[in-house]
Design a protein around this ligand. Structure first.
Ligand SMILES: Nc1ncnc2c1ncn2[C@@H]1O[C@H](COP(=O)(O)OP(=O)(O)OP(=O)(O)O)[C@@H](O)[C@H]1O
Ligand SMILES: [Mg+2]
Length: 409
């Protein structure tokens, strides 16, 4: 029986209406005053088949409690839920209207069990997606951290050298200080001997001669310099260790904090300096920077990647120029090098993970991909301009204050 066969001859239906009823997934049915089904769409037939295999749409009417018809006639409608013998839960809406002495009824059926099933399925999919997302986020965290550690590992020789240098001269200064102290003790002893001597005049001469021999005047002049230099060496080591700690600090679970980007730049330069100092002339033009809300250790990681790339782009000797500034609620750091530059087609790809033009063992192609994701997480951007053969400039732009989510304090 097709849709048109179920219509009473007294009813005229537009083609549009019939088409709409045939395509909808909602089960709808019209019933005349004698209780005969005058219209049931395909969805109703399919539902009847599910409720009772082999049954027609009229079977659905048998599921309604008897008194609901009276209720609907009196009040205009009835809404309720029934459970079929096969366990399907149906939400039913029954509308009745009296017109010209006869009553007509309109029914809709909603298969809640199917919907619940679909909802359960959706929930399951949603949970799975969320799990996958969590696992991915965890993996990304790990990747970020291990890339940073790998970079520090690559720099380890340089950092060790930077530490070794001051330790070397502090060590040698300590040797000299030991000699100076020996001389000073000898002089003190000479003084004591002179004090106990019966011939003060002769002893005074002896002390003076000893003082000249031990070069005490030179020691007195040199001692403060040695101490100051040693102190400076120890401070330098402390600073590098502190910078390294700053750098390796994960801190991703913490909230972003207003941070001093210049301090981040200086720490990072300290760590990469040994790799750069032999071939790079460094120019710094720091502007006024407000505190910037960020994870500073992550921003350091970005700056380190940019500085290492800049250094690697310079084969012989060249320059790196760092500029900083702030305007319109944004702070920026630009790192420009006079290196090999990037060809236009390569420029499209440099942020792709694993894109590298460096030999195996030198580059993994992750530096800029990770820099990009860190800056994106900070709601900032990285801009690049480059001229093959002349150099490249990378500009990191960050909002000074992170946008708050709607509704957040
Ligand atoms: N300052 C630059 N000058 C010239 N080319 C650059 C510069 N920065 C990046 N590139 C190009 O972009 C590519 C990708 O850089 P990225 O930092 O992502 O990886 P990598 O430096 O090759 O390896 P990794 O950083 O993982 O050690 C580089 O291989 C290089 O071709
Ligand atoms: Mg790199």
């Amino acid at each position: 029986m097709n849709q048109r066969d179920t219509l009473t001859s007294s009813t005229t239906w537009s083609d549009d209406m019939l088409w709409a009823l045939s395509v909808t997934d909602n089960a709808v049915m019209l019933v005349d005053c004698a209780g005969h089904v005058t219209l049931a769409n395909d969805a109703t037939r399919a539902l009847a088949e599910r409720v009772h295999p082999g049954a027609g749409p009229e079977y659905l009417l048998t599921l309604l409690p008897k008194d609901v018809w009276t209720h609907a006639c009196e009040r205009g409608s009835w809404h309720g839920q029934i459970t079929s013998a096969t366990g399907l839960v149906l939400a039913i809406a029954l509308h009745c209207e009296e017109r010209g002495g006869t009553v007509r009824s309109f029914l809709t059926f909603d298969d809640l069990s199917a919907r619940n099933g679909r909802e359960r399925e959706l929930q399951l999919r949603h949970d799975e997606l969320q799990n996958t997302y969590r696992r991915l986020a965890g993996a990304q965290e790990q990747l970020l951290q291990s890339e940073k550690m790998a970079s520090i590992g690559q720099l380890a020789a340089g950092v060790a050298h930077e530490i070794n240098n001051p330790i070397g001269y502090v060590h040698s200064n300590l040797g000299t200080l030991q000699e100076y102290i020996g001389a000073l003790f000898a002089l003190v002893e000479a003084h004591e001997a002179a004090l106990q001597s019966s011939d003060p005049q002769a002893s005074r001469e002896e002390v003076r001669a000893k003082r000249d021999r031990l070069d005490i005047d030179f020691i007195i002049g040199d001692l403060p310099k040695l101490l100051a230099e040693s102190r400076e060496g120890i401070e330098r080591v402390t600073k590098i260790v502190h910078d390294l700690k700053d750098f390796s600090h994960a801190g991703r679970d913490e909230a972003m904090r207003p941070s001093d980007l210049h301090r981040g730049l200086e720490s990072t330069l300290n760590i990469v300096w040994n790799d750069l100092k032999y071939k790079v002339r460094l120019e710094k033009h720091y502007g006024e920077l407000p505190l910037v809300e960020c994870h500073l250790s992550e921003i350091n990681q970005v700056l380190m990647n940019l500085l290492i790339n800049a250094g690697q782009a310079i084969t012989d000797r060249g320059s790196i120029v760092i500029n900083t500034g702030a305007e319109n609620g944004e702070a920026w750091i630009s790192i420009a090098d006079s290196g090999c530059g990037i060809a236009p087609d390569a420029l499209q790809r440099i942020f792709e993970p694993f894109y590298t033009t460096k030999p195996i063992g030198r580059g993994t192609g992750l530096g800029l991909a990770i820099a990009y994701s860190i800056i994106a997480k900070h709601n900032g951007r990285i801009e690049v301009t480059s001229q093959p053969g002349a150099g490249s400039a990378f500009r990191v732009v960050l909002p000074t204050v992170q946008p708050r989510e709607a509704g957040a304090a």
